[in-house]
Design a binder for this molecule. Sequence first.
Ligand SMILES: [Zn+2]
Length: 106
Amino acid sequence: MKTISSFMNQDILSIESEIISVNQKLKRKIEELQSKCAHDNAIELDYSPGSILFKATGPKRKCLNCYYEESGWDCGYQKLKNSNIVKKFETKDFHSYYFIKPHEQI
Ligand SMILES: [Zn+2]
């Protein structure tokens, strides 16, 4: 009995398999780092008041060492409350917060 993959390009399947493996390795590394990180340096995204198209969202912080993220709403920041804020992003620049550019000047 044939499988769907027997009709697919084997080179692409092989590369996709490598990507899955690397993503699993990255996830394990992030989990390991988050379990012992001091969260010294973080970035922050401003509160968004929302609009007709988007609901309001609270401010957020993300650790630059381990990518741990917290919302500043509700109980406020817990693990990231004393982090050095390396850069603050305005709501309109939310994509720069979510997709960090390591070589961006601060
Ligand atoms: Zn951290």
